[in-house]
Design a protein around this ligand. Structure first.
Ligand SMILES: Cc1ncc(COP(=O)(O)O)c(C=O)c1O
Length: 399
């Protein structure tokens, strides 16, 4: 038997994925995450980035990263507990804690690692996690890794959550975990209600602010600020890879929580820390998020115009409350066709299919940035109109 024969099953698996129109491929972009990007030498309007505040290309952020790169070099050299802890790590943790109005914060190399490691350390065998059905994959994986019992509650349904927690037997710890802004739907968990349930039953509560930080709240710190519950959520997780425009994840909360994570969380202890350029970029970007609320106002205006335009053309736009505008398309084939028709018209936005979303709920997930202009949005709307006409007529031709 050839050594490669043992991997033959992979070909079968790939054929099955292709057969269902679920095969994933990469698109090479030859520019930064700007409102207009270069794909194959051609300009496209980018409606696919989580760089919501447009800060990954902001000259001040880039300058801060460049200076840190020159001073500290490229890599951090080790995990925080060995040799990889710099003054920039400490400064960014202080900045995040202040921004999120918590006592302390702790950095991870990514939001994914923050979720997986923290959940697995907060609960274990004999404990129970209550998790929204549309929570991010990193939360789901953290729950699996923890070996706790997982009870999945219907999306945003705090009455069901309340009933589930009341009925839950067993003496272990209880953890409620939810995204604040949901990554594929762009909608928002009502944190006041979630806090009430959690407090009524004495549960731990952990929220994921990945898509809310920078976008929601007066100073842009996220959904805990938006709902005025900063002092009621004991475990606040977030990422620096989206509106902050850099890389990394964090957990913010009490000093004891942070000390516990530093001593117990494996994805923190056994992972090389973030490099200086990313840290300096995040410090600068958080300052801009706080100091320039007009970016949030502009983004919200653009999102409103875009949604109204799409609805007027008959698109099925989900009721999001963030920079994410999901256009429901149903099945993978139709979704791929629309994404490809948009691409031909110079608009880049992804076809989202299972397992990122449930079967039958495929969508074009458009996301807007504060650096888009009204002109980008009106050109994008023209593109959606033309692409939809094209897809409709090609479907009719095939019937
Ligand atoms: C809700 C949510 N949580 C966590 C993550 C993971 O964050 P990161 O990309 O920083 O690993 C993501 C990113 O995709 C996300 O959408």
């Amino acid at each position: 038997m050839e050594s490669s024969d043992s991997l033959e099953w992979i070909e079968d698996e790939l054929r099955a994925i292709r057969g269902k129109n679920l095969f994933r491929m990469l698109t090479e972009i030859a520019s930064g995450q700007s409102p207009e990007i270069l794909i194959g030498g051609k300009k496209h309007i980018l409606l696919a980035s989580n760089n919501y505040m447009g800060l990954s290309t902001d000259p001040r952020v880039v300058q801060a990263a460049a200076e840190a790169l020159a001073k500290y070099g490229t890599g951090s050299g080790g995990s925080r507990l060995v040799s990889g802890s710099s003054d920039l790590h400490a400064e960014l943790e202080r900045k995040i804690a202040e921004f999120k109005s918590t006592e302390a914060a702790i950095l991870f190399s990514s939001g994914y690692l923050a979720n997986v490691g923290t959940i697995a350390a907060l609960v274990g065998e004999g404990d129970t996690v209550f998790s929204d059905e549309l929570n991010h994959a990193s939360i789901i994986d953290g729950c699996r890794l923890s070996r706790a019992r997982v009870e999945v509650y219907p999306h945003l349904d705090t009455d069901s959550l309340d009933r589930m927690v009341s009925r839950s037997r067993g003496g272990g710890k209880k953890l409620i975990v939810t995204d604040t802004v949901f990554s594929m739907d762009g909608d928002l968990a009502d944190l006041r209600e979630v806090c009430e349930v959690s407090e009524r039953h004495g549960c731990m509560l952990m929220v994921d602010e990945a898509h809310a930080m920078g976008v929601l709240g007066e100073k842009g710190s996220g959904a805990t600020e938006h709902f005025g519950v900063e002092d009621r959520v004991p475990v606040v997780m977030g990422t620096l890879s989206k509106a902050v425009g850099s890389l990394g994840g964090y957990v913010a909360g009490s000093r004891s929580l942070v000390d516990f994570i530093r001593n117990r969380v494996r994805s923190y202890i056994f992972d090389t820390s973030l490099p200086a350029a990313s840290l300096a970029a995040s410090i600068e970007a958080i300052g801009i998020i706080e100091g320039e609320p007009q970016r949030r106002k502009h983004l919200k205006d653009l999102v409103d115009t875009f949604k109204v335009g799409l609805c007027d053309m008959g698109f099925n736009v989900l009721p999001s409350q963030s920079a994410i505008v999901p256009v429901l398309t149903g099945e993978p084939e139709a979704t791929l066709e629309l994404a490809s028709a948009l691409r031909k018209r110079g608009i880049y936005t992804p076809a989202v299919r299972p397992p990122s979303v449930p079967a039958g709920k495929c969508r074009i997930r458009a996301s807007l940035m504060a650096t888009h202009t009204e002109d980008h949005i009106s050109r994008a709307l023209e593109g959606f109109g033309a692409a939809a006409e094209f897809v409709k007529s090609s479907l009719l031709r095939r019937r």
